[in-house]
Unconditional design. Sequence first.
Length: 115
Amino acid sequence: MHEREYNRLRKQIESEYRDKLRALEIVWKMAGKNGVVPRKAVVDDGSLAGMVRTAVDRTEGTFSMRDILAYCREEGDATIRQSSVSAILKRMADQRLVSIVEAGSGRRPTSYRKP
């Protein structure tokens, strides 16, 4: 087996694992009170924005773009760009899905929290 084949198989297995995990999370949330999925429950839809929403949903207290980026890289692709995650978080702040605790400056990232 060559490295290229190994990487292809690894990506395929990781993708299938994430799909099964998403399905399990959906079933678990639907089995909650009265079979209703809570409004705050977030399921990763396979997109980067979905992954960011899931990461935000799983955080407690304040967090930064770096925290969310680390989660996304752990759960998905290691090549996810910082600027992409930052843009999604800014969009979520505009939609009032997260609130800004402290605006970033220079190398210090913006701090967020769930409303």
